[in-house]
Design a protein around this ligand. Structure first.
Ligand SMILES: Nc1ncnc2c1ncn2[C@@H]1O[C@H](COP(=O)(O)OP(=O)(O)OP(=O)(O)O)[C@@H](O)[C@H]1O
Length: 319
């Protein structure tokens, strides 16, 4: 299970507003990928292009030999069945209880009997830990439960590709840690390819196999987790260290004068924090996609920040 998504030279604008240009990356089959970027850099637009809800101006999105960017509507309807999507707000139907919300894609896209629908819905509700809440309306449950219900619905057609748009937004740190563990477990159980948009740095540091950063209307970097977490590129260091100093400004990228003033003032980014261990599945086994800690750094002759890959570093993320 899980398919590769190959994006080549993707460009998107709305009217005269360029969102990003020439985005090229590959989401490897069965791996977890995280997309970071300052607000408004077009991360949600990127997800919508992948699933064919928005048409890019240029470029290609290859999935199983088809190009989502240029294929017919009929083909797109078929390709969409490979996707499970969790939108930012969970996008649940307010008048339907959780059971009917999760059952919706099965009733809409398959001819399964109601007993088969029940079996699948209850399995997914169980997977996300919502047993007993099936009859509740979305308005009667917490934000975290709504996210998990959205996740169950995204899983119900056994997708090969999971797109999660800020699954952790609005969640407290403990719920976020549980959600992250759930994502790693789901990835292990389903083998699907994941792309997660998040602003949570701890999630970005511990959950994915690969990380990308959209910034200033382009993809600044995309690659293995260790590559980003050991990067000396100012924009990557600023973002992953959550600093005010560096090329990213409050509204947009800083201009040359602002950067020169920072340099003249002798402002420097703090050293890179240690690279934590990757979050492992809760059954205690390594992920199928897991690479030995430090392997990427060793292969490319990069000295990881001191204290990297120590078991204690992930303690906060795992417990
Ligand atoms: N359908 C649309 N028509 C016109 N402009 C759009 C449309 N969808 C998104 N945009 C614009 O594209 C830009 C990027 O939006 P997007 O929601 O993808 O950003 P984001 O990186 O996901 O932001 P955030 O991190 O704040 O969620 C914004 O300026 C937004 O107004």
């Amino acid at each position: 299970m899980g398919v590769e998504v190959r994006v080549e030279g993707l460009t998107k604008s709305f009217g005269g507003q360029l969102i990003w240009r020439d985005v090229t990356l590959t989401l490897p089959e069965g791996e977890i990928n995280v997309m970071l970027g300052p607000s408004g850099t077009g991360k949600s637009v990127f997800l919508k292009c992948l699933v064919g809800l928005l048409k890019p101006d240029k470029g290609h999105i290859y999935i199983e030999g088809n190009d989502v960017a240029t294929c017919s509507e009929r083909k797109l309807y078929e390709i969409r069945k490979l996707f499970g999507v969790l939108f930012q707000d969970g996008a649940l139907f307010g008048s339907m209880n959780l059971y009917d919300n999760v059952a919706f894609p099965l009733r809409e896209h398959t001819k399964k009997s109601e007993s088969e629908v029940r079996r699948i819905v209850m399995e997914k509700i169980d997977m996300v830990g919502l047993q007993g809440a099936e009859t509740k309306l979305p308005g009667e449950i917490s934000g975290g439960m709504r996210k998990r219900a959205g996740l169950a619905r995204a899983l119900v057609l056994d997708p090969e590709i999971m797109l999660l748009d800020e699954p952790d937004s609005g969640l407290d740190p403990v719920r976020t840690a549980f959600l992250n563990q759930l994502i790693v477990d789901l990835s292990q159980d389903t083998g699907a390819t994941f792309l997660i948009v998040t602003h949570d740095i701890n999630t970005a540091r511990t959950v994915p196999d690969n990380i990308g950063l959209l910034y200033h209307r382009h993809l600044a970097m995309f690659g293995p987790r260790e590559m980003l977490l050991s990067s000396e590129q100012p924009v990557v260091r600023q973002f992953l260290n959550a600093q005010r100093f560096g090329p990213i400004g409050m509204a947009e990228e800083k201009d040359a004068d602002e950067l020169a003033a920072e340099a003249a003032a002798g402002v420097e980014l703090p050293p890179l924090p240690p690279i934590p261990l990757q979050l492992t599945p809760s059954d205690g086994y390594a992920r199928d996609t897991q690479r030995p800690p430090g392997e990427w750094c060793a292969t490319y002759g990069i000295a990881p920040p001191p204290g990297s890959f120590q078991p204690t570093v992930t303690a906060g993320a795992m417990s």
